[in-house]
Ligand binder design. Structure first.
Ligand code: NAD
Length: 268
């Protein structure tokens, strides 16, 4: 993607946040197989999983990988991550602002602290990742790709997750605004809007429903399959395929979009 690549065979340098597990981990592995050097982020308690992923990548491929722990809701942490990546990997071409959290609760039971924490991680975190990555990309002057994590909950509000839905609507708005500001620098800004992707995240939604309805673990997750056209839930691989395309040169004419990847549940 860039003329100043980190080595002759690298496609560039990517940061993936919230990548110790789930969708972020899947995206990191896909971008490595696409030829990117990667910096993988998650919160400090996930350091061991980050280290394991780094050694999995560096032992099996010729790509470079470093762990960049930190909390995306903190300005200083995100700045430190971007600076370290530019310094150690030689630049920044791709930012995947994937980290996100949810709370399953009716509005009546959602506390102000829960509301603020979700907005801090999902919205302020995405804003900081977009802003600081774009600053670095503009300084380099070779364009870039920024991708955020929206959700089908950012297209249609869902009951008992109002706070989460609100944060994902905000990510969609932020993505549209950022696309317009950064287009002139050759930077595209898009988001994926996943449906039901089988990760620990979905497992927590399952736990909530099991508790509420007296279901066995996994039973609610199973019912989701019949709600979409293809009749199955997704995996991180399906999200990673879209991201692989969005960060490619071929995707230069797509920007400001939050693209649904849900097996055909919502149509926009
Ligand atoms: P996950 O819970 O499996 O993994 C998320 C990772 O983000 C975790 O490793 C977690 O430690 C990390 N994280 C949390 N807070 C962080 C912070 N402040 N700073 C850095 N890292 C942090 O979730 P997932 O299913 O992989 O989801 C990834 C993204 O996709 C999220 O933004 C989520 O909202 C979105 N999404 C997921 C689904 C789904 O069905 N799994 C559907 C729609 C959208």
């Amino acid at each position: 993607m860039s003329p100043q690549m980190s080595d002759s065979s690298s496609k560039g340098v990517a940061i993936i946040t919230g990548a110790a597990e789930g969708i972020g981990r899947g995206i990191a592995l896909r971008l490595v197989s696409d030829g990117f050097d990667v910096a993988i982020n998650d919160i400090a308690p996930k350091q061991a999983a980050l280290d394991q992923l780094v050694s999995e990548i560096t032992s099996k491929t010729s790509r470079r990988a470093i762990a960049v722990p930190g909390d995306v809701s903190k300005d200083g942490d995100v700045k430190g991550i971007v600076d370290k990546v530019v310094r150690e990997l030689g630049g920044l071409d791709v930012m995947i602002a994937n980290a996100g959290i949810a709370v399953n609760k009716p509005i009546a039971e959602t506390t102000v602290d829960e509301w603020d924490r979700l907005f801090a991680v999902n919205v302020r975190g995405t804003f900081l990742c977009y802003k600081l990555a774009a600053n670095a990309m503009i300084r380099q002057g070779r364009g870039g790709r920024i991708v955020g994590a929206c959700s089908i909950a950012g297209k249609k509000g869902i009951a008992e997750a109002a706070c989460y839905s609100s944060t994902k609507f905000a990510v969609r708005g932020l993505t549209q605004s950022a696309a317009q500001e950064y287009g002139k620098f050759g930077i595209t800004v898009n988001a994926y809007a996943p449906g039901h992707i089988e990760t620990q995240f979905l497992g927590r939604f399952d736990g909530y429903q099991a508790n509420k309805k007296g279901l066995k673990p996994g039973e609610w997750t199973e019912t989701l399959k019949s709600t979409v056209a293809v009749g199955k839930n997704g995996t991180p691989t399906e999200i990673a395929s879209l991201v692989s395309y969005l960060v490619s040169k071929d995707a230069h004419f797509i920007t400001g979009q939050s693209i649904i990847v849900d097996g055909g549940g919502l149509f926009d």
